[in-house]
Design a protein around this ligand. Structure first.
Ligand SMILES: C=CC1=C(C)c2cc3[nH]c(cc4nc(cc5[nH]c(cc1n2)c(C)c5CCC(=O)O)C(CCC(=O)O)=C4C)c(C)c3C=C
Ligand SMILES: [Fe+2]
Ligand SMILES: [Fe+2]
Length: 342
């Protein structure tokens, strides 16, 4: 039962009874695979100054005048190819991860999930946890590699909610886990397991990370270094058992005319095919859940590009999602951050 001081009116919000909450957050997704819903989503996403670091006075006319009039149709078509009966894969998997964590962490910890763009919102889900009596909340952006455009903007959004509160909840944030042995071990075992079930023997394992403008690296964003370190550690963990498998790293999803991190995934697939490589497996270790960028860009477009350039087999491997290895890892890194609270 919640303790309520005598001097407060009966309709005063409940005084928190000291529960612990976990809010897992991922990027966000449109509400439907339609141009209208995608336009709304892109307007929010691409207006985030952490994502597009161009002064609004220059950027907003381009966004409103060009991008939001052309991209939603194209992107909605891409989304429609990966949409499921239950909606967006990214939202479904994030929800399933939160439900899995709730079972593993038990009733002493309340787990909720939110999306940085779209719904359910971070503000609503923080409120939901607080209404359930949580006065200590671990905010867990599910991005292994830190960047301003991912981890930091989630923390900003949570801080916006706290800013409006007289009586704030205590907040901890999950650090990036790009080099955490639990994460590397989970990736090595899950990627290895999937490679063993393929009906071909890949010559190359391509590790494809989401790209960022090259300028963010020059401005000190650690994202590129985090991706490179994940790739190096994964090769060190898997390489010895996979003699003859070549590891390569690339960056996907280039957006806009500025220079992005290189090498690009599409260019790399064409180069590999041009070098005579016939069999490739692609993993996307930076995505904790399968989404448009893995299911459409890699598994559909990437496969087409590789085959058109002369490759024969391309398999896009699943992200950690709710695999045993993935959930063991999430439970481990989240329990560690809860220490002293539970
Ligand atoms: C995992 C890390 C991600 C980083 C870093 C990132 C940076 C980034 N993204 C864009 C533009 C777009 N990204 C889009 C989709 C998308 N991006 C990520 C993750 C990262 N983005 C995910 C998980 C998804 C998929 C969402 C889903 O619903 O499945 C899109 C939308 C689709 C499209 O129109 O192509 C855009 C646009 C920029 C500019 C950026 C720069 C820092
Ligand atoms: Fe993106
Ligand atoms: Fe994309």
């Amino acid at each position: 039962m919640t303790w309520q001081p005598q001097h407060l009116p009966a309709d005063h919000p409940a005084v928190h009874s000291g529960n612990v909450g976990v809010l897992v957050v991922n990027l966000g997704t449109p509400e439907a695979p339609t141009p209208k819903a995608v336009k709304k989503y892109l307007a929010e996403f691409l207006s985030d100054r952490r994502v597009v670091e161009i002064p609004p006075i220059a950027w907003q006319p381009i966004l409103r005048g060009i991008i939001l009039n052309t991209r939603p149709k194209k992107s909605a078509h891409a989304y429609s190819q990966v949409w499921t009966e239950d909606g967006s894969p990214l939202a479904n998997i994030t929800k399933a991860q939160a439900e899995g964590l709730q079972l593993r962490l038990g009733s002493g910890v309340k787990v909720a999930w939110a999306m940085r763009y779209g719904k359910p919102t971070i503000a609503d889900q923080l409120q939901h946890l607080m209404d359930a009596g949580c006065d200590r909340i671990l905010l867990a952006p599910l991005y292994p590699q830190y960047s301003g455009a991912t981890t930091a903007t989630v923390v900003d959004k949570a801080a916006d909610k706290l800013k409006a509160m007289r009586w704030q909840t205590s907040l901890r944030t999950l650090p990036p886990y790009h080099d955490d042995p639990a994460y590397i071990t989970a990736l090595a075992s899950d990627i290895g397991r999937q490679i063993d079930t393929l009906d071909f023997d890949p010559e190359v394992l391509l590790l494809s990370f989401h790209g960022m403008p090259q300028r963010t690296l020059e401005l000190g964003d650690p994202y590129h270094c985090h991706c490179r370190k994940t790739a190096r550690l994964l090769e060190e963990a898997m390489g010895p058992q996979r003699q003859g498998l070549r590891f390569e790293t690339s960056f996907q999803s280039r957006f806009g005319p500025a220079k992005w991190l290189e090498p690009a995934t599409d260019d790399t697939l064409e180069r590999l095919a041009g070098e005579g490589v016939k069999r490739v497996a692609i993993a996307a270790p930076g995505f904790s859940a399968d989404c448009l960028e893995t299911l459409e860009e890699l598994a559909i477009q990437g496969k087409e590009q590789f085959e058109e350039a002369g490759g024969e087999h391309l398999a896009a491997l699943a992200c950690l999602n709710t695999s045993d290895a993935g959930m063991d890892m999430l439970e481990h890194i989240i329990r560690r951050e809860l220490s002293g609270w539970t």
